[in-house]
Write a protein that binds this ligand. Structure first.
Ligand code: GLU
Length: 445
């Protein structure tokens, strides 16, 4: 590794103790960047790397709210505004009990590079809370969202920082958050948050964008080796927004998605997932993965293990970070899997990624493969700024083009840096060059 990169990594470890996921994300990105800095050491001038790994601003706040029994609950709110060299901070809000500063920093760091890859004018940020909406009533979720936005509102704006959804934050939460922002500011500022409902400033195809984008990306990977999705068996983890629409698009392309999961376990449906049933259970009833098998005789529910034991051609981890480990990767390789494309953020452990490389499995990191969600968020911002409403077809068409561009630029960059077919190196270097050019141009900040 280039000595300057090595020194930056040591500093990151020293200054961010007890933040393993943040360190993991930085190590992965800087290992690739090292190749670029070796070729052109001026990229690291003026402590650029040291600035890159330090958020521009970190906001940590108390979120007191009243539950249905009249008890005051206290959660923690976070917003990490990581890098605004390319545009306003942009990235989702995650509501989950596992959220802490480490998780939000890792997600915010990844977001810088993901957003750069889209080619759009968006910086990187992320936020959230250790509040878990599961099992809460709609009133409790509303009370929480209003309390959360009461503080967040002073930090965000359509030209400053534009949140969206992530794990635990869907259209319901975005509605409550936007409503509170509007109430506080007395402004119809739709561009302040994305993932809105269609009648109040949302974009067609935003809900579908991340999952569809992952499958567009996987299709490009296959096509690049003269192959196609038709008839391919696909394993998917998760059953949120990303997983559901990855399954839907895989079905539209003639592939056979056979698994999904949630925190209670996973489902294997060898006949292919019934997407309408899955949507009904997850989106309408807010039910569990196990509810699916009660209505679908071909399917089996497993409380233990993970979908990666099922033989497949393509694996799409769409649940959460570090959900696919070395053992899972070995099993995928043994079963003949040819492609892994990440729908979640950093779902594969570093050990798993090494196994993919050794086994010749093509691997697309989340910052490339799942960039479709934030890309359509940026299209939502464009529509809001122009007071325009585009059709589903128009947005989906633009999404497909953006995903193809990301795919191509990853491959071109990997080739240029002597790592043909390495999507990790391609994505990290391509994104870094865009961000570092902008940072150098704008002076020390
Ligand atoms: N949370 C999503 C992501 O990880 C979307 C962010 C956005 O739309 O701003 O990219």
């Amino acid at each position: 590794m280039h000595p300057q990169v090595e020194r930056t990594l040591e500093e990151v470890r020293r200054r961010n103790p007890g933040e393993p996921e943040f360190q993991q994300a930085v190590v992965e990105v800087l290992s690739s960047i090292s190749l670029a800095v070796e070729r052109d050491p001026s990229l690291a001038d003026h402590s650029l790397l040291e600035r890159l790994v330090e958020p521009e601003r970190q906001i940590l706040f108390r979120v007191p709210w009243v539950d249905d029994s009249g008890t005051v609950q206290v959660n923690r709110g976070y917003r990490v505004e990581f890098n605004s060299a390319l545009g306003p901070y942009k990235g989702g809000l995650r509501f989950h009990q596992s959220v802490n500063r480490n998780i939000i920093k890792f997600l915010g760091f990844e977001q810088i590079f993901k957003n750069a890859l889209t080619g759009q004018s968006i910086g990187g940020g992320k936020g959230g809370s250790d509040f878990d909406p599961h099992g809460k009533s709609d009133w409790e979720v509303m009370n929480f969202c209003q309390a959360f936005m009461t503080e967040l509102a002073r930090h965000i704006g359509d030209k400053t920082d534009v949140p969206a959804g992530d794990v635990g934050v869907g259209e319901r939460e975005i509605g409550f958050l936007f409503g509170q922002y509007r109430r506080l500011k007395n402004r119809w500022e739709t561009g302040v948050i994305t993932g809105k409902g269609l009648d109040w400033g949302g974009s067609q195809a935003r809900r579908e964008a991340t999952g569809y984008g992952v499958v567009f990306f996987a299709r490009d990977m296959l096509r690049n080796r003269g192959d196609d999705l038709e008839g391919r068996v696909v394993t998917v983890s998760g059953s949120g927004n990303v997983a559901i629409y990855a399954i839907e698009k895989a079905l539209q392309f003639g592939a056979k998605p056979v698994t999904f999961s949630d925190s209670s376990g996973w489902v294997y449906d060898p006949e292919g997932v019934d997407i309408e049933l899955l949507k009904e259970i997850k989106e309408k009833r807010r039910g569990r993965a196990s509810d699916y098998v009660a209505e679908r005789p071909s399917a089996k529910f497993h409380a233990e293990g993970r979908p990666w034991s099922v033989p497949c051609d393509i694996a799409l981890p769409c649940a959460t970070q570090n959900e696919l480990n070395e053992e899972d990767a070995k099993q995928l390789a043994r079963n003949g899997c040819v492609i892994v494309a990440e729908g979640a953020n950093m779902p594969s452990t570093p050990e798993a990624i090494h196994i993919f490389a050794d086994a010749g499995i093509l691997f697309a990191p989340g910052k490339a493969a799942n960039a479709g969600g934030v890309a359509v968020s940026s299209l939502e911002m464009e529509q809001n700024a122009a007071r325009a409403r585009w059709t589903f077809g128009e947005v989906e068409g633009q999404l497909a083009v953006i995903m193809s561009n990301i795919h191509r630029s990853c491959l071109e960059t990997a080739e240029e840096y002597g790592k043909p077919g390495d999507y990790v190196v391609g994505a990290n270097i391509r994104a870094f060059l865009r961000v570092s050019d902008a940072m150098h141009a704008q002076g020390v900040f």
